[in-house]
Design a protein around this ligand. Sequence first.
Ligand code: ZN
Ligand code: ZN
Length: 137
Amino acid sequence: MELPLTGGCLCGKVRYVINALPVDTAICHCRTCQKAVGAPHFATLFVPASALEVTGEYKEFASLADSGNTMYRAFCPVCGTSLFGRNSKFTGVRPVSAVTLDDPGWYKPDKDIWVSSAQPWDVMDPQRGKFSGNPWK
Ligand SMILES: [Zn+2]
Ligand SMILES: [Zn+2]
């Protein structure tokens, strides 16, 4: 992996640059992520908020998380790609969708979270740590 990390949405209107190494990685199986990304899970990397630079206009969808915090999920209003988010409490880090990186091949998820909501047909690597809910509350 080489810095900066770069990525963007399907149509290319929203692009981002990340100037720091990820501080954590996780695959989230919560129902909100499933619906938001249109897939059985959301593979995310967490980066320092100050390291994420975005160009292009995006929209955010706000939802109340189980923790009581508000989660804002950013997506491209043109092509609908889910890109990154922000949490009302944990403002120092931002989750970014691993598959929107220009080169997602280096990505290694550290853990599975919200496995209590995982789809029975979604196969998980047994080597990864498992959390039934949110490990960061
Ligand atoms: Zn787009
Ligand atoms: Zn989730």
